[in-house]
Ligand binder design. Structure first.
Ligand SMILES: Cc1cc2nc3c(=O)[nH]c(=O)nc-3n(C[C@H](O)[C@H](O)[C@H](O)COP(=O)(O)O)c2cc1C
Length: 234
């Protein structure tokens, strides 16, 4: 036995096409015998019946109309308001492109000068797949901290293979975007934490080197730190 719910469009449209004729007749009779005001319904249904005849037998441009009659118009209508339905009813706040609703709302607020500050924390629902760094409530003892030793260059037996001992680094922020005090403060923190600091693409002025932390050097298109005066790679 087939237990699935299905709609037979042909039957549905046949029923709908007959139903509008019956309703037209019904309201016509009620307007005649019960109250004149039923003719306010008789007239629209009369127009619908006439139009429906035209759609089904008069015109040849739209196949759907010819096959299904006014039900096809309902489909055209739903299709035309599909983007709005999706946007307002079905699309989630984070799924549209290129900018989702959360981002657009932020831009609207800013452009209207409305306070667009929002609290820390995310409205997004994170799945289980991301790597998350969470602080612990209590500091751990040294013997509770596992090792995450990772050697860069070990596969090639490099003499200068590099041990990454902490899974943390300060991401690239170029000198220029940051001033010397920020660079030195971050570098000092990295040294204390045993973390690595990425120089960013602004080169490595002496400030990065003064605190003695491990550095990742980032070379950008402008070749800051590795170029001659006239811009040649050096
Ligand atoms: C002031 C500043 C300067 C940055 N400079 C660089 C850079 O030189 N090279 C780079 O790859 N990313 C640069 N970034 C991007 C950061 O490395 C990082 O990817 C970005 O800030 C996103 O990380 P966050 O969400 O933790 O801030 C910079 C970011 C900031 C805030």
């Amino acid at each position: 036995m087939n237990n699935t719910l299905t709609v037979n469009l042909e039957n549905l449209s046949r029923t709908a096409n007959i139903a509008i004729v019956l309703l037209f007749v019904l309201f016509g009779l009620m307007g005649h015998f019960v109250s004149f005001f039923f003719h306010f319904l008789t007239i629209p249904f009369f127009l619908l019946v006439v139009l429906n005849l035209y759609w089904r037998y008069g015109q040849t441009t739209h196949t759907l109309l010819a096959n299904f009659g006014f039900l096809a118009q309902v489909r055209y209508l739903l299709e035309s308001i599909g983007p709005e339905l999706r946007q307002y009813l079905f699309a989630s706040d984070i799924e549209e492109r290129p900018f989702n609703r959360i981002e657009r709302a932020e831009v609207y607020r800013k452009s209207k000068g409305i306070d667009s500050l929002s609290a820390f924390g995310s409205l997004l629902e994170y799945g289980r797949d991301e790597i998350k760094l969470l602080h612990s409530f209590y500091p751990l003892n040294h013997d509770q901290i596992g090792s995450c030793d990772f050697v860069v260059g070990s596969a090639r037996n490099l003499k200068t293979a590099y041990h990454i001992r902490k899974p943390i680094m300060i991401s690239a922020m170029s000198y220029g975007a940051l001033g010397q005090n920020a660079v030195r403060a971050l570098a000092r923190g990295a040294k204390l934490a045993g973390a690595i600091m990425n120089t960013g693409e602004g080169g490595y002025p002496k400030y990065h080197l003064m605190e003695g932390c491990d550095l990742i050097f980032q070379m950008g298109t402008a070749k800051f730190g590795v170029r001659t005066e006239d811009g040649v790679l050096d």
